[in-house]
Design a protein around this ligand. Structure first.
Ligand code: CA
Length: 257
């Protein structure tokens, strides 16, 4: 249920949808190998030649890893609120920012929000969890290292990158509104986290960090709204997160992917 109501919406539209289970808190490489194994299973099960990968948050780099090591198995990678250049929140948690620049309350809020996010995603019982390894992958330095090895589709600035890399199409979208619905218990944490950025962000990832391939837009969503969480509580006056996934599935279909 991580992508709340989204797989069923895509299935109603005729798509074949498989929800991957990877460690919520692990390095990009460990998560990527877990995802690659599931991609091979799906291809064997369906007889399809390639998959379209849609990843949220750390799922962006995780999908990029699979496309990087096995491009022949991947038609497209779509990064939603993806941590493609690292997260300032991860930097703070890892302690790489100069001390004294942020109040203790903000840092505590950041830690609680990060833990809440990991708990939300940790549906995969039995999988290894290494929060420090996850954190190291999600810092600005961690992503700089990853991006040197997997540079496909990254923009040089804050716009779109190349849509095609190694035969794989790349897309992204993100939210840029940290607080969207006061009925949602996660909005307080994301609102507190947003204060550490000093630039457009969704509460955990900056707008610029989210860019990958053809950037499809910035929406009135926070980091959890991007997967229609918690339980569909989002900005009622902004685009429905589920609609974006439906539209994107049609886009991929029209491109023959
Ligand atoms: Ca929400």
């Amino acid at each position: 249920d991580y992508f709340y109501g989204i797989p069923s919406a895509l299935q109603q539209g005729g798509a074949r949808v498989f929800v991957a289970q990877v460690s919520a808190a692990e390095s990009t490489e460990v998560r990527g190998e877990q995802l690659l194994a599931q991609v091979r299973q799906v291809l064997a099960l369906t007889g399809a030649g390639k998959v379209n990968l849609i990843g949220h948050s750390h799922g962006g780099p995780t999908s990029r890893y699979v496309a990087g090591v096995a491009p022949s198995l991947v038609a497209s990678v779509t990064s939603v609120g993806g941590v493609n250049r690292g997260s300032r929140v991860a930097d703070i948690l890892r302690g790489v920012l100069p001390p004294g620049t942020l109040s203790e309350a903000v840092v505590n809020g950041a830690i609680q929000g990060f833990v809440a996010l990991i708990n939300l995603g940790s549906g995969g019982g039995g999988l290894p969890q290494q929060p420090v390894a996850a954190l190291n992958s999600l810092t600005t330095a961690g992503l700089a290292d990853f991006n040197r090895r997997f540079p496909q589709a990254l923009p040089s600035g804050c716009g779109s990158g190349a849509e095609l890399g190694n035969g794989v199409r790349y897309f992204s979208w993100t939210g840029t509104q940290p607080v969207t619905n006061l009925l949602d218990v996660s909005d307080g944490s994301l609102g507190a986290l947003s204060l550490v950025f000093g630039e457009a962000n969704d509460g955990l990832v900056s707008a610029c960090s989210s860019r990958l391939g053809r950037h499809l837009g910035d929406y009135g969503q926070n980091h959890l709204d991007e997967v229609n969480q918690v339980l569909g509580l989002r900005n009622w006056f902004a685009t429905d997160p589920v609609t974006l996934y439906r539209q994107h599935a049609r886009r991929l279909q029209q491109l023959g992917l």
